[in-house]
Design a binder for this molecule. Structure first.
Ligand code: ATP
Ligand code: MG
Length: 236
């Protein structure tokens, strides 16, 4: 549960600039949705927040500057990133993947494992199974479980619904909401499914070609059909 303040963030790959001055704040314990078309820079934004790409500007978590620190230092500060494509280690077992999520901590790991099984009961009978043999939905749950093992203050989720059936996706978003409510974890979620994301988020931002073109409460953005059609290209 921490406040995130991003100010004038620029980031990209080599010479190719992708983010052109992104500013946003996410209040402590809130869920913020980042929407926008393919290639807008949503993934790049999360990568810049978790130290996977270099950024310029300022990214503060409870006042502490995150930019310029390596990903493991950010993990120690409580930044957990579930990347696009999940980032689980396929040859390792479910349990090994979960334990890896707690690599920056020594104490409380057993209790946290139990907590993860409460959120994701489907994982418990599969602890010794290779992550690569899980279904898509189970893999996404494992990826989220692994991120939670960090006891994150800030949870970054990139397209959690990707490739999942609608029912599983809704279940997953329900769990994200529960985690957010019970643990007051601040969440930034990138999602193509605007309807779902706006259903769990308090605030939302629409990113287009590396710039925020629209910000508001999730309820306002949902309620304004014209906005939805012109910025999101479809009804929410
Ligand atoms: N590793 C990389 N090297 C060079 N360019 C990249 C790299 N990753 C992404 N890009 C470019 O950065 C731009 C933004 O990509 P990004 O993945 O952030 O978009 P996105 O909003 O997440 O899109 P999508 O909805 O398709 O996931 C794109 O033009 C993409 O080609
Ligand atoms: Mg992406």
């Amino acid at each position: 549960m921490s406040e995130l303040a991003v100010h004038d963030l620029h980031a990209g790959y080599g010479g190719a600039q992708v983010l052109h001055g992104v500013s946003l704040t996410v209040a402590e314990g809130e869920i913020c949705a980042i929407l926008g078309p393919n290639g807008a820079g949503k993934t790049t934004l999360l990568r810049a927040l978790s130290g996977m790409v270099k950024g310029r500007g300022s990214v503060k978590l409870d006042g502490a500057e995150l930019l310029g620190r390596p990903p493991d230092a950010l993990a120690r500060l409580g930044v957990a990133h579930v990347p696009e494509g999940r980032g689980t280690f396929m040859p390792l077992t479910v349990e090994e993947n979960l334990r890896l999520g707690a690599y920056v901590r020594r104490s409380g790991v057993e209790d946290d494992l139990e907590r993860i099984y409460t959120y994701f009961p489907a994982l418990k009978p599969r602890l010794k199974q290779a992550a690569g043999s899980l279904s898509g939905g189970e893999q996404q749950m494992l990826a989220l479980g692994r991120a939670l093992m960090l006891r994150p203050r800030l949870l970054l989720l990139d397209e959690p619904s990707l490739g999942l059936a609608p029912l599983i996706t809704r279940e997953l978003f329900h769990i994200v909401r529960t985690i957010n409510e019970q643990e007051r974890t601040t969440v930034v979620v990138v999602e193509q499914n605007a309807h779902l994301a706006l259903g769990v988020a308090q605030q939302a931002h629409v990113l287009e070609t590396g710039r925020i073109v629209l910000s508001g409460t999730a309820a306002d953005i949902r309620a304004d059909e014209q906005v939805a059609q012109s910025y999101l290209g479809y009804r929410v």
